[in-house]
Design a protein around this ligand. Sequence first.
Ligand code: ARG
Length: 479
Amino acid sequence: MTTQNTPSPESTKTWSGRFNEPVSELVKRYTASVFFDHRMAAQDIRGSLAHARMLARQGILSGDDLAAIERGMSQIADEIARGDFQWNLDDEDVHLNIEKRLIALIGDAGKRLHTGRSRNDQVATDIRLWLRETIDDILELIIVFQCRLLDVAEAHAATPMPGFTHLQVAQPVTFGHHLLAYYEMARRDFERFTDCRRRVNHLPLGAAALAGASYPIDRESVAAELGFDEVCRNSMDAVSDRDFAIEFCAAAALLMTHLSRLSEEIIFWMSPRVSFIDLADRFCTGSSIMPQKKNPDVPELVRGKTGRVNGHLMALLTLMKGQPLAYNKDNQEDKEPLFDTADTVIDTLRIYADMIGGIRVKPDGMRVALAQGHATATDLADYLVKKGLPFRDAHEAVARAVRAAEERGLDLSRLNLGELRTALTHVPGAAERLDEGALTAISIEGSLCARAHIGGTAPDAVRAAITRARDELGVQKGA
Ligand code: ARG
């Protein structure tokens, strides 16, 4: 980006007519946004063209002027694409930079483009166009991430691992079932972005500075050309509120929060003390001092970047909260948090899909952990209940059996039928209800298979959930 560092005494700023002195260099830099808003150039040009075509249809602009504007904009788009466009700090933002260049290229026709429009409705339109495209990219990436989760979940629909509560071994689950929990979170994230997109997709143009335009404009036709579902219904609201951007950041913060939780688990699973999985080397780094280390940098950074996205949400909420109607320059500060949120989410989703797809599961490590926490104690209690013992008595009986197993340094599932009966004698009615079937019930596979309902962890239920998910996504296996 080229910048002119010496302010010219008779400032050439587009709005400088009423001013007696130019702004200082510092103020110029402080108030400019072209450093970051030039990334909305394509949307700015599309919005301008739709506006110009409407002006021509309505007889506000001549056909010749429109043709010149179309020609000029097409050249500008080429210059930007080639990297030849001279972005100029003196021209403040993406809108004025493009307009200035247009005027340089086509003269008076370029000066007529801004008829019935303000940068206030222009910038709101650009952001909405940009955000709509960004949401579409994110939605696609969520689906790719979901597909990779389903692939790994399918491969491990029957791989037992300990399910934790309070980070203590609780009950057996399958690794596939565990991953499907994240699939569900991603499904809701998808819904949130889809829902947010509906409110993003309203057209502000026509609101002009804040009060609307005094020309016979046709906003509906501009909306149709730009693919907006509706026009914003109140001109003051249209130029001022950024709630749609805040919603987007909230959806992004939740998505990142979900990925941060999964990252935390991956980091834990990968710890040599736990050893449930291994990540492909390309997602890890070594230590500059400890030769043995393989650190899960990518999931750690996802966890870290979640803080940054949460921060952007807070920044936008705070940006908005004190603003009276209508447009205020505060709103220029919406873009960097918004762009950074989108960039972070997009990079994170891309990297995550690949990382999950390449995860190496270590079923033996999971089995070892499962054999240590009396994970099927609840199944033994359930068994006694099914034989007629009240649940509270069954709970008490099994708690004593766990204590007996602990005393011998064994997992509950390692006791044989005789040992189990002895352990249960303290609770009347418990021991005599035990038979061979109890041993199946407290085996890992028995415990898993018993939970075959919708949402349960039984391998068949997991496979059914995967089939349903693929149907919903409209994808085939491996897609
Ligand atoms: N760069 C400005 C922004 O991002 C464009 C709108 C400027 N409007 C104005 N009245 N100064 O919000």
